[in-house]
Design a protein around this ligand. Structure first.
Ligand code: TYD
Length: 134
């Protein structure tokens, strides 16, 4: 499984830093929705689902977080610990977010509006969906 981490251009000067994201330029799809997770309690695992068609770019704008990606064949773990790289998460990818550091903020850019019908929340159903279980 290929992990796609996108370096995000930093505009820094003596005042500090700034990152700008534009759709189809820095984010590889049209952005329909942005949301962010913060104040995540210690020990919590979020996600635990896949999407049938949604694509996402995850940016940990503050702190750090561990991301598990699973395409049904292979599992990979990625750490996001800076605000100038984005992790691309395709559709048909099971994801789990854990080990949120104190004060971590995980921002997510998404290719579609929120739609519960796009979620696969059952792992066995996910394996069937991606053709890895019958
Ligand atoms: P949930 O899917 O449980 O988050 P995660 O899987 O990342 O841990 O979402 C938590 C709640 O927020 C749930 O009631 C659905 C709602 N929600 C929205 O209304 N819009 C959104 O864009 C998202 C991502 C969640």
């Amino acid at each position: 499984m290929e992990i796609k981490k996108y370096p995000l251009q930093q505009h820094g000067d003596s005042r500090g830093h700034l990152v700008a994201l534009e759709e189809k330029v820095d984010v590889p799809f049209e952005i329909k929705r942005v949301y962010y997770m913060f104040d995540t309690k210690s020990g919590v695992i979020r996600g635990m689902h896949a999407h049938k068609s949604l694509e996402q770019l995850l940016v940990c704008v503050h702190g750090s977080v561990k991301i598990l990606l699973d395409d049904g064949t292979e599992k990979r773990t990625v750490f996001l610990d800076n605000p100038y790289e984005g992790l691309y998460v395709s559709n048909n990818m099971w994801r789990e977010m854990s080990e949120f550091s104190e004060g971590a903020v995980l921002m997510v850019f998404a290719s579609k509006y929120y739609d519960e019908n796009d979620y696969i929340r059952d792992y066995d159903e996910f394996l069937r969906f991606v053709g890895k279980k019958f």
